[in-house]
Design a protein around this ligand. Structure first.
Ligand SMILES: Cc1cc2nc3c(=O)[nH]c(=O)nc-3n(C[C@H](O)[C@H](O)[C@H](O)COP(=O)(O)OP(=O)(O)OC[C@H]3O[C@@H](n4cnc5c(N)ncnc54)[C@H](O)[C@@H]3O)c2cc1C
Ligand code: FES
Length: 358
């Protein structure tokens, strides 16, 4: 069968069979993984929950992982990472993502405004190391804030589906009750399972909720006094992540804290003496003086609009071919002087003259 498909694909060159099939039905694909929006739900004003039906290539995910979701906006394909919020054991094979509409955010605002039943999106297989371990820990603390609820809600739902009998505390931070996505489901899970406790902390609402104000030692003492002996999974805005990390490091239990960042941490700047030479974008016929920023930032500053997703080196949607020159990976410090190799624009800076096929 694969041989036959390869032969038909060869005949369909240069566009590939999927380009022709999508003219008939975009969910008929040979190679590409895609997903159809089956349901659109708005549990808060600034977020949207999409139930997606993936094509047959979908291989499933582990609670906590993310997928790349692509959508065409004004004729340009845009890709962003989203963490499924549903259980990894969902029986109907659907996945559910919840997208918070960022002010001025391109993809999240587009989905918030335009996502509808029947819309077809690009999808990647799941990826990421933020996931529940096997065997499951005996006690689990899940801490989230804002849109960071998704991967840890997936963990909670997965554990419940597995009839996990250890203790679970789900500590979630939001401005107020109106900003808690999946609030009804959280309440239902809390009520239905003796070993599950949902603790809602409101930072801007004094009444209602279980805790108030910003994260601190007192919140953990109240919500999960046993957290030193548990495994903790954390996802949320940078200040919450930093406060929780400092708390765990202070107790010497940083190894028990597992976390996922939705936004890139500031990258280490390039030593000034390395910011020399020019960056040439050969396909566009443009070049610019190397300013020490990432290749992605320098391409954008030159007026180009290369594809990107996470801007932190995990989704690979910014990968382009470097024709020549030396680049430094700002996450690992490694340099690469090989010609005609793929580089991730968002985490590589030029060291001297660099030419990109862009
Ligand atoms: C592993 C992972 C999992 C994720 N899971 C989820 C999830 O489940 N749910 C979810 O809602 N999000 C999730 N995200 C975040 C998501 O991928 C997107 O980053 C988010 O939706 C914003 O995308 P956008 O296109 O709307 O915003 P973008 O257009 O990419 O902008 C992002 C932010 O930067 C600002 N911005 C844009 N351009 C500039 C500029 N030139 N200068 C300064 N600021 C600028 C915008 O105002 C906006 O606030 C996840 C991210 C990662 C890495
Ligand atoms: S934008 Fe995700 S790896 Fe570069």
């Amino acid at each position: 069968m694969t041989g036959l498909l390869d032969a038909v694909e060869a005949l369909a060159t240069p566009h590939g069979l999927d380009r022709y099939l999508e003219l008939v039905n975009p969910m008929w694909t040979v190679r590409e993984l895609r997903a159809e929006v089956e349901c659109v739900h708005r549990s808060t004003d600034d977020s949207i929950t999409l139930t997606l039906r993936p094509t047959r290539q979908w291989q499933g995910f582990r609670a906590g992982q993310f997928v790349n979701v692509s959508v065409d906006i004004d004729g340009v394909r845009r890709t962003r990472c989203y963490s499924p919020a549903c259980s990894q054991h969902r029986r109907d094979g659907r996945i559910e993502i919840t997208v918070k509409a960022h002010p001025q955010g391109l993809v999240s605002q587009y989905l918030h405004a335009h996502a509808r039943r029947g819309m077809v999106l690009g999808l990647s297989q799941a990826d990421g190391a933020f996931a529940l371990p096997s065997p499951r820990p005996s006690r689990v603390l899940l801490v989230s804030g804002g849109s960071g609820i998704t991967p840890v809600l997936s963990m909670l739902r997965t554990l419940v589906d597995e009839h996990y009998d250890g203790e679970i505390v789900f500590l979630h931070y939001a401005f107020d009750e109106q900003h808690v996505a999946h609030l009804d489901d959280l309440r239902a899970l809390d009520a239905a399972h003796d070993n599950v406790r949902v603790v809602l902390a409101y930072t801007e609402q004094q009444l209602g909720g279980d805790l108030h104000g910003l994260f601190g030692h007192a919140h953990l003492a109240e919500a999960a006094p046993w957290h030193r002996d548990a495994e903790t999974y954390l996802c949320g805005p940078a200040p919450l992540m930093q406060a929780v990390r400092e708390h765990y490091d202070g107790l010497g239990i940083g190894h028990r804290l597992h976390s996922e960042d939705f936004a890139p941490a500031p990258l280490a700047p390039l030593p000034a003496q390395d910011a020399t030479g020019d960056v040439t974008f050969t396909r566009s016929g443009t070049s610019a003086t190397n300013d020490g920023g990432t290749l992605l930032e320098q391409a954008e500053a030159a007026g180009l609009r290369p594809e990107f997703g996470c801007r932190m080196g995990i989704c690979f949607s910014c990968t382009q071919v470097k024709s020549s020159g030396c680049t430094r990976n700002v996450r690992t410090g490694e340099t690469n002087s090989d010609p005609d190799v793929e580089v991730q624009l968002c985490i590589n800076v030029p060291v001297g003259d660099v030419a990109l096929d862009l």
